[in-house]
Every structure is written in structure tokens, then in C-alpha cells.
Ligand binder design. Structure first.
Ligand code: ZN
Length: 329
């Protein structure tokens, strides 16, 4: 009998479900649905169950376990979703119990950064590591720890929240209400905002004009600073634009300093970085690695690698979570 693992990824804008057979590295079946405007927790749950049942009808075998990645805070020990910052109605939902009741197999639930960390450890760039820190740098910054082959969530499931580590006391305002968080200094939105601010204050523009080198960044967005994204900054930096280089390197230094703190504290065997900002080019990677190295004692290793699974890390991690349920049963 095929002992199927069901992987579910509840995202803010899309839901993905997939089935994995034991020992395989390609999905036996896979489905994705983009959420309509106004979707709530009921819609999310009904949609995911419909997708899961559809996949199970396609693939012969018996469902052995369910692993879940959820985009929001989770009480993993109780399989409980605490809330979603994007979708209403997810407050205190016993998702693991509901899935077990509906689909007849045990379920494990954790937040997307933790589950992505497990995915990279089991199937991606963290394979073979005893200790792994995974950090995703995109519109925000999240992270998770895998220690001894298990997610280390800490006392409240909040371990690995490196995005809200204070790297610049009194620095930029963060969505969490504090200041100087790593996320507010180094995520994609922070990079775009820093570039806009430099352009708008004009000091840079005036100096660059004097030197006969206005920023290429404005050309990329047809003169509209509001349209600037981190991708534009990376693109302009790649072409040697001085303003873009300064902004990108400052964000990379902040991230490198934050990673250095995490490395000093836990001495992980490997650090894996994922998310859109990691596509910002060789310069960004060099500054991140050099800064982290400079903030860590020389006896500790600093091995910082790109993630291997991309946006699929939470889904693969959910499959790994299901696998660990089977192993422990
Ligand atoms: Zn914060």
C-alpha cells in the first residue's frame, strides 16, 4: 500500500496542495488556487479540503499523514492557528483536529517560515545539516530553525523571528510597531523606501547632477519614484548606479549584521537564505557574507547559501512535516 503524504500550504494569496509517495522527490499530484478578493477562513478551509479530496481521488494509496504550512502565527504543539494577518476568521482555529476529522489521518501544523526551514533541511540546500537557520527576505523577513532534524519553535513558536531583531535602535519604523527591526532596514520594501527617500531629499540628486551622473533608477521607473521596487534598485546597482549601490549595500550590511548575531548566538552549521531579495545579485551576497563574517568570532563557521526550493519550500516542508508524523507514530 502506498502511504501517501499530503502537503498543504495556506498562503495569504494562494493555496497549494500536493501528494507525495514515500521515497519520491516529485509530486504524485499537485493543485493550486488563487484566493479571490474577500476570502475568509471558511473559504480557505473549504477550498483546501476540496483540493485535497480531488488529489486523493487521483492517486491510488492510503493517506498516512498531513503536513501543513500556514502563513501566520501557529501553536504547533496543539495544531492551532492563532490568527492570519491577511485573512479574517482564522482566530484560534484547531486546524490539525479539523483536518484529521475530515481526511482521516494525523496532521501537523506550523508557520510558513518554520515549515520552509524544514523543507530546505529535508529536500533543499540544508540537507545533511545538524543545525540550520533559514531566513526568507522578500516583502518582509522571516526565519526558522531546524535543530537535530526538527523545527525548533522555542517556547512560543516565535524562534527564528529574525526580522524583528533590533539592528538599528531608533531606526526605520516597522510594521510590528517598533523601530530599527531588521525587516524595516533590509527587506524588499525597505530597500525601495530607502531609494525613494534618497531621491526625494534631493541632496543625492543635486550632488549626482554636479558630478554629471544622475541616478539611472528614475529612468527605470519613467521618472516616478513611487514605482520603485527592490528589483529596480538591484537592476540599477547591477548597472553601477551609485545611489542604487549605496542603498542595496546598506540593506545587505544590516542583514549581514543580523545574521552575524544569530550565528554568534547559535553557531549553526549552515544558514540558508531564500526570498526575492536574494536575487539582487552578487554584490548583495558578497556584502551580506562579508558583514556576517566580520561580526562573528573567527572560530565559528559562516556558511551562507542560497535556498534551493524557492517558493515551494513551505510545500516541501509540509511534506517533511507529514513524514515526521509517520516516523514518530
Ligand atoms: Zn518589527
Amino acid at each position: 500500500v502506498n502511504e501517501l503524504r499530503l502537503a498543504l500550504d495556506y498562503g495569504g494569496t494562494k493555496h497549494t496542495a500536493a501528494l507525495l509517495r514515500p521515497g519520491e522527490r516529485t509530486w504524485a499530484a499537485h493543485a493550486r488556487v488563487y484566493s479571490p478578493q474577500g476570502a475568509d477562513a471558511i473559504y480557505d478551509q473549504v477550498t483546501m479540503l476540496r483540493m485535497a479530496r480531488g488529489l486523493l481521488a487521483q492517486v491510488p494509496g492510503k493517506l498516512a499523514a498531513i503536513g501543513v504550512s500556514f502563513g501566520g502565527p501557529v501553536d504547533a504543539a496543539r495544531g492551532l492557528v492563532r490568527l492570519s494577518h491577511h485573512i479574517p476568521g482564522w482566530e484560534e482555529i484547531p486546524l490539525a483536529d479539523r483536518l484529521r476529522a475530515e481526511l482521516g489521518a494525523p496532521a501537523a501544523v506550523d508557520n510558513d517560515a518554520n515549515v520552509a526551514a524544514l523543507g530546505e533541511w529535508r529536500f533543499g540546500a540544508g540537507q545533511g545539516c545538524e543545525s540550520l537557520l533559514y531566513v526568507t527576505i522578500s516583502t518582509g523577513i522571516g526565519g526558522g530553525w531546524v535543530l537535530g532534524g526538527r523545527i525548533w519553535g522555542g517556547a512560543d513558536g516565535m524562534a527564528g523571528e529574525i526580522g524583528h531583531m533590533a539592528v538599528r535602535p531608533g531606526g526605520a519604523a516597522c510594521d510590528c510597531g517598533r523601530r530599527g527591526c531588521l525587516e524595516a532596514e533590509a527587506c524588499g520594501r525597505a530597500i525601495a523606501r530607502a531609494a525613494r527617500m534618497k531621491l526625494e531629499t534631493g541632496s543625492w540628486t543635486a550632488r549626482a547632477a554636479e558630478e554629471g551622473a544622475a541616478s539611472d533608477l528614475l529612468t527605470l521607473v519613467n521618472g516616478n519614484p513611487d514605482a520603485i521596487t527592490a528589483q529596480h534598485v538591484a537592476q540599477a546597482a547591477e548597472a553601477g548606479d551609485a545611489l542604487a549601490v549605496a542603498v542595496l549595500e546598506e540593506a545587505a550590511r544590516m542583514l549581514g549584521a543580523g545574521l552575524g548575531c544569530a550565528i554568534s548566538l547559535m553557531n549553526p552549521e549552515r544558514v540558508v537564505l531564500g526570498g526575492g531579495v536574494t536575487k539582487a545579485g552578487e554584490r548583495w551576497w558578497r556584502v551580506v557574507r562579508d558583514t556576517a563574517r566580520n561580526h562573528v568570532l573567527p572560530q565559528a563557521r559562516v556558511e551562507i547559501l542560497p535556498a534551493a526550493l524557492g517558493d515551494d519550500a513551505p510545500l516541501w516542508g509540509a511534506a517533511a512535516l507529514a513524514e515526521s508524523l509517520i516516523r514518530e507514530s
